[in-house]
Design a protein around this ligand. Structure first.
Ligand code: DGL
Length: 270
Protein backbone atom coordinates (compact mmCIF):
# COMPACT_ATOMS: atom_id res chain seq x y z
CA UNK A 1 0.00 0.00 0.00
CA UNK A 2 1.54 3.31 -1.10
CA UNK A 3 1.75 5.81 1.71
CA UNK A 4 3.65 9.10 1.78
CA UNK A 5 3.89 12.35 3.72
CA UNK A 6 0.47 13.41 2.43
CA UNK A 7 -1.26 10.31 3.79
CA UNK A 8 -3.43 10.88 6.87
CA UNK A 9 -2.65 9.99 10.47
CA UNK A 10 -5.19 7.62 12.01
CA UNK A 11 -6.04 8.40 15.63
CA UNK A 12 -8.32 6.31 17.84
CA UNK A 13 -9.88 6.14 21.27
CA UNK A 14 -13.09 4.84 22.82
CA UNK A 15 -14.65 8.29 22.45
CA UNK A 16 -13.73 11.94 22.97
CA UNK A 17 -10.49 11.32 24.94
CA UNK A 18 -8.23 11.22 21.91
CA UNK A 19 -9.62 14.48 20.56
CA UNK A 20 -7.10 16.45 22.65
CA UNK A 21 -4.28 14.40 21.16
CA UNK A 22 -5.68 15.12 17.69
CA UNK A 23 -5.85 18.82 18.58
CA UNK A 24 -2.22 18.83 19.71
CA UNK A 25 -1.27 17.11 16.43
CA UNK A 26 -3.01 19.95 14.59
CA UNK A 27 -1.17 22.54 16.71
CA UNK A 28 2.31 21.01 16.36
CA UNK A 29 1.85 19.73 12.78
CA UNK A 30 -0.66 22.05 11.11
CA UNK A 31 -0.28 20.49 7.66
CA UNK A 32 -1.16 16.99 8.71
CA UNK A 33 -4.38 15.40 7.61
CA UNK A 34 -6.05 13.00 10.05
CA UNK A 35 -8.85 10.50 10.45
CA UNK A 36 -10.22 10.01 13.94
CA UNK A 37 -12.14 6.99 15.22
CA UNK A 38 -14.13 7.03 18.48
CA UNK A 39 -15.62 3.65 19.42
CA UNK A 40 -18.61 5.38 20.99
CA UNK A 41 -20.78 2.27 20.81
CA UNK A 42 -18.39 0.37 23.10
CA UNK A 43 -17.24 3.17 25.37
CA UNK A 44 -16.15 2.84 28.25
CA UNK A 45 -13.17 0.63 27.46
CA UNK A 46 -11.90 1.15 30.97
CA UNK A 47 -14.60 -1.14 32.36
CA UNK A 48 -14.06 -3.90 29.77
CA UNK A 49 -11.96 -7.07 29.76
CA UNK A 50 -8.55 -7.30 28.11
CA UNK A 51 -9.99 -9.67 25.46
CA UNK A 52 -12.73 -7.21 24.58
CA UNK A 53 -10.28 -4.32 24.31
CA UNK A 54 -7.93 -6.35 22.09
CA UNK A 55 -10.71 -7.53 19.77
CA UNK A 56 -12.24 -4.11 19.29
CA UNK A 57 -9.05 -2.11 18.99
CA UNK A 58 -7.71 -4.55 16.37
CA UNK A 59 -10.83 -3.90 14.28
CA UNK A 60 -10.30 -0.14 14.50
CA UNK A 61 -6.58 -0.41 13.71
CA UNK A 62 -7.40 -2.52 10.60
CA UNK A 63 -10.06 -0.02 9.57
CA UNK A 64 -7.61 2.90 9.77
CA UNK A 65 -4.89 0.90 8.06
CA UNK A 66 -7.27 0.22 5.15
CA UNK A 67 -7.89 3.97 4.93
CA UNK A 68 -4.21 4.22 3.90
CA UNK A 69 -3.06 6.04 7.03
CA UNK A 70 0.69 6.56 7.36
CA UNK A 71 0.60 6.16 11.16
CA UNK A 72 -1.69 4.86 13.87
CA UNK A 73 -1.99 6.82 17.11
CA UNK A 74 -3.48 4.81 19.97
CA UNK A 75 -4.87 7.79 21.87
CA UNK A 76 -6.25 5.67 24.68
CA UNK A 77 -4.38 4.35 27.71
CA UNK A 78 -6.81 1.47 28.24
CA UNK A 79 -6.05 0.22 24.71
CA UNK A 80 -2.31 0.90 24.88
CA UNK A 81 -1.91 -0.87 28.24
CA UNK A 82 -3.92 -3.94 27.20
CA UNK A 83 -3.52 -4.34 23.45
CA UNK A 84 -0.32 -2.57 22.37
CA UNK A 85 1.72 -5.78 21.95
CA UNK A 86 -0.92 -7.42 19.79
CA UNK A 87 -1.53 -4.33 17.65
CA UNK A 88 2.21 -3.92 17.30
CA UNK A 89 2.74 -7.55 16.27
CA UNK A 90 0.14 -7.32 13.53
CA UNK A 91 0.96 -3.89 12.13
CA UNK A 92 4.53 -2.86 12.89
CA UNK A 93 5.84 -3.88 9.46
CA UNK A 94 3.05 -2.05 7.68
CA UNK A 95 2.52 1.24 9.47
CA UNK A 96 4.06 3.47 12.16
CA UNK A 97 2.43 2.92 15.54
CA UNK A 98 2.33 5.49 18.34
CA UNK A 99 0.66 5.41 21.71
CA UNK A 100 0.08 7.73 24.65
CA UNK A 101 2.15 5.81 27.20
CA UNK A 102 5.64 5.00 25.86
CA UNK A 103 6.84 8.56 25.09
CA UNK A 104 5.61 9.74 28.49
CA UNK A 105 7.31 6.96 30.46
CA UNK A 106 10.56 7.48 28.56
CA UNK A 107 10.55 11.24 29.20
CA UNK A 108 13.36 12.31 31.49
CA UNK A 109 10.96 14.51 33.44
CA UNK A 110 10.48 11.54 35.80
CA UNK A 111 14.06 11.90 36.99
CA UNK A 112 13.10 15.09 38.79
CA UNK A 113 10.28 13.54 40.87
CA UNK A 114 10.34 11.42 44.03
CA UNK A 115 6.72 10.38 44.27
CA UNK A 116 4.11 10.48 41.54
CA UNK A 117 0.40 9.71 41.39
CA UNK A 118 -1.32 7.93 38.52
CA UNK A 119 -5.05 8.09 37.94
CA UNK A 120 -6.44 5.81 35.24
CA UNK A 121 -9.32 3.55 34.26
CA UNK A 122 -9.72 0.14 35.95
CA UNK A 123 -8.56 -1.60 32.74
CA UNK A 124 -5.32 0.40 32.70
CA UNK A 125 -4.61 -0.08 36.41
CA UNK A 126 -5.35 -3.85 36.29
CA UNK A 127 -2.96 -4.26 33.36
CA UNK A 128 -0.04 -3.10 35.60
CA UNK A 129 1.47 -1.63 32.44
CA UNK A 130 2.51 1.68 34.02
CA UNK A 131 3.94 0.13 37.16
CA UNK A 132 5.98 -2.40 35.16
CA UNK A 133 7.30 0.24 32.76
CA UNK A 134 8.14 2.73 35.51
CA UNK A 135 9.96 0.05 37.54
CA UNK A 136 12.03 -0.73 34.45
CA UNK A 137 13.30 2.83 34.00
CA UNK A 138 13.11 4.58 37.39
CA UNK A 139 14.24 2.72 40.50
CA UNK A 140 14.08 5.81 42.67
CA UNK A 141 10.43 6.63 41.97
CA UNK A 142 7.62 5.98 44.42
CA UNK A 143 4.32 5.47 42.59
CA UNK A 144 0.81 5.59 43.97
CA UNK A 145 -1.98 4.71 41.55
CA UNK A 146 -5.77 4.68 41.70
CA UNK A 147 -8.46 3.66 39.28
CA UNK A 148 -11.39 5.99 38.73
CA UNK A 149 -14.34 3.84 37.66
CA UNK A 150 -16.84 5.63 35.43
CA UNK A 151 -15.03 8.98 35.45
CA UNK A 152 -14.39 8.66 31.68
CA UNK A 153 -18.09 7.91 31.08
CA UNK A 154 -19.09 10.99 33.07
CA UNK A 155 -16.77 13.12 30.94
CA UNK A 156 -17.93 11.45 27.71
CA UNK A 157 -21.54 12.22 28.64
CA UNK A 158 -20.80 15.89 29.14
CA UNK A 159 -21.65 16.28 32.81
CA UNK A 160 -21.39 19.84 34.12
CA UNK A 161 -18.09 20.67 35.80
CA UNK A 162 -19.78 21.59 39.08
CA UNK A 163 -21.17 18.04 39.28
CA UNK A 164 -17.82 16.48 38.32
CA UNK A 165 -15.75 18.48 40.85
CA UNK A 166 -16.85 16.55 43.98
CA UNK A 167 -16.15 13.28 42.13
CA UNK A 168 -12.65 14.47 41.23
CA UNK A 169 -11.99 15.49 44.85
CA UNK A 170 -13.17 12.10 46.04
CA UNK A 171 -10.65 10.33 43.82
CA UNK A 172 -7.76 12.77 44.29
CA UNK A 173 -8.05 12.63 48.08
CA UNK A 174 -6.34 9.25 47.65
CA UNK A 175 -3.48 10.85 45.75
CA UNK A 176 -1.93 13.27 48.21
CA UNK A 177 1.73 14.13 48.97
CA UNK A 178 2.89 13.66 45.41
CA UNK A 179 5.22 15.78 43.25
CA UNK A 180 3.43 15.12 39.98
CA UNK A 181 0.32 13.48 38.63
CA UNK A 182 -0.08 11.48 35.47
CA UNK A 183 -3.55 11.68 33.95
CA UNK A 184 -3.36 8.21 32.48
CA UNK A 185 -6.67 8.30 30.64
CA UNK A 186 -7.04 10.69 27.73
CA UNK A 187 -10.56 11.60 28.83
CA UNK A 188 -9.15 13.09 32.06
CA UNK A 189 -7.13 15.59 30.01
CA UNK A 190 -10.38 17.53 29.70
CA UNK A 191 -10.22 18.06 33.50
CA UNK A 192 -6.69 19.49 33.69
CA UNK A 193 -7.85 22.83 35.04
CA UNK A 194 -10.07 21.29 37.73
CA UNK A 195 -7.31 18.89 38.80
CA UNK A 196 -4.81 21.74 38.96
CA UNK A 197 -7.31 23.68 41.10
CA UNK A 198 -7.67 20.71 43.45
CA UNK A 199 -3.92 20.77 44.10
CA UNK A 200 -3.77 24.61 44.16
CA UNK A 201 -1.09 24.41 41.45
CA UNK A 202 1.31 22.61 43.83
CA UNK A 203 1.41 19.27 42.02
CA UNK A 204 2.90 19.15 38.54
CA UNK A 205 0.51 17.95 35.82
CA UNK A 206 2.60 16.03 33.29
CA UNK A 207 1.94 17.47 29.84
CA UNK A 208 1.00 14.27 28.10
CA UNK A 209 -0.34 15.78 24.86
CA UNK A 210 2.82 17.76 24.24
CA UNK A 211 5.22 14.89 25.02
CA UNK A 212 3.29 12.38 22.89
CA UNK A 213 2.93 14.64 19.86
CA UNK A 214 6.58 15.80 20.00
CA UNK A 215 7.52 12.13 19.68
CA UNK A 216 5.13 11.59 16.74
CA UNK A 217 6.53 14.63 14.97
CA UNK A 218 10.12 13.54 15.54
CA UNK A 219 9.51 10.01 14.20
CA UNK A 220 7.52 11.21 11.15
CA UNK A 221 10.34 13.58 10.36
CA UNK A 222 12.97 10.83 10.68
CA UNK A 223 10.96 8.61 8.34
CA UNK A 224 10.43 11.49 5.86
CA UNK A 225 6.71 11.21 6.45
CA UNK A 226 6.13 14.61 8.02
CA UNK A 227 3.86 16.78 5.89
CA UNK A 228 5.60 20.16 5.59
CA UNK A 229 2.98 21.94 3.50
CA UNK A 230 -0.48 20.92 2.47
CA UNK A 231 -1.20 20.95 -1.22
CA UNK A 232 -4.93 21.03 -0.76
CA UNK A 233 -7.21 21.51 2.20
CA UNK A 234 -8.70 18.29 3.44
CA UNK A 235 -11.08 18.40 6.34
CA UNK A 236 -10.54 16.00 9.23
CA UNK A 237 -12.93 13.04 9.33
CA UNK A 238 -14.43 11.87 12.62
CA UNK A 239 -15.82 8.35 12.67
CA UNK A 240 -17.99 7.04 15.48
CA UNK A 241 -19.27 3.48 15.88
CA UNK A 242 -22.75 4.61 16.92
CA UNK A 243 -24.81 7.44 15.49
CA UNK A 244 -22.85 10.49 16.49
CA UNK A 245 -23.37 11.42 20.17
CA UNK A 246 -24.32 15.10 20.64
CA UNK A 247 -21.50 15.79 23.10
CA UNK A 248 -18.92 14.22 20.78
CA UNK A 249 -20.09 16.44 17.93
CA UNK A 250 -20.04 19.50 20.19
CA UNK A 251 -16.51 18.81 21.43
CA UNK A 252 -15.24 18.27 17.87
CA UNK A 253 -16.71 21.57 16.75
CA UNK A 254 -15.28 23.46 19.74
CA UNK A 255 -11.82 22.05 19.03
CA UNK A 256 -11.78 21.88 15.22
CA UNK A 257 -14.52 24.22 13.99
CA UNK A 258 -17.29 23.39 11.55
CA UNK A 259 -15.15 22.32 8.59
CA UNK A 260 -15.08 18.66 9.54
CA UNK A 261 -16.80 15.48 8.34
CA UNK A 262 -18.72 13.13 10.61
CA UNK A 263 -19.26 9.52 9.59
CA UNK A 264 -20.61 6.45 11.31
CA UNK A 265 -18.96 3.09 10.86
CA UNK A 266 -20.54 0.04 12.42
CA UNK A 267 -18.39 -3.08 12.74
CA UNK A 268 -19.88 -6.50 12.21
CA UNK A 269 -18.52 -8.57 15.05
CA UNK A 270 -18.58 -12.32 14.55
N1 DGL B 1 -9.72 7.44 26.96
C1 DGL B 1 -9.49 6.11 27.41
C2 DGL B 1 -8.15 5.99 28.11
O1 DGL B 1 -7.24 6.76 27.85
C3 DGL B 1 -10.51 5.35 28.18
C4 DGL B 1 -11.88 5.78 28.37
C5 DGL B 1 -12.82 4.63 28.51
O2 DGL B 1 -12.97 4.07 29.62
O3 DGL B 1 -13.39 4.28 27.47
O4 DGL B 1 -7.95 5.10 28.91
Amino acid sequence: MKINALSPIGIFDSGIGGLLIAKEIQIQMPHEDFIYFGDTKNMPYGEKSKEFIIKNSMKIASFLYKKKCKALVIACNSIASNALNIIHKKFYKKILIFNVIDPVIKNTIFLSYKRIGIIATPATIHSNFYINQIKKYYHHLDVVQISAPLLATIIENGWEIKKINPIISNYLNHLKSIDAILLACTHYLFLKQEIDNFYHGKVHLIDIQKIVVQEIKKKLNEKKLLCLNSTYNRFPIFYTSSSIPIFFEKKVQILFGKKVFFKTHIFNFV
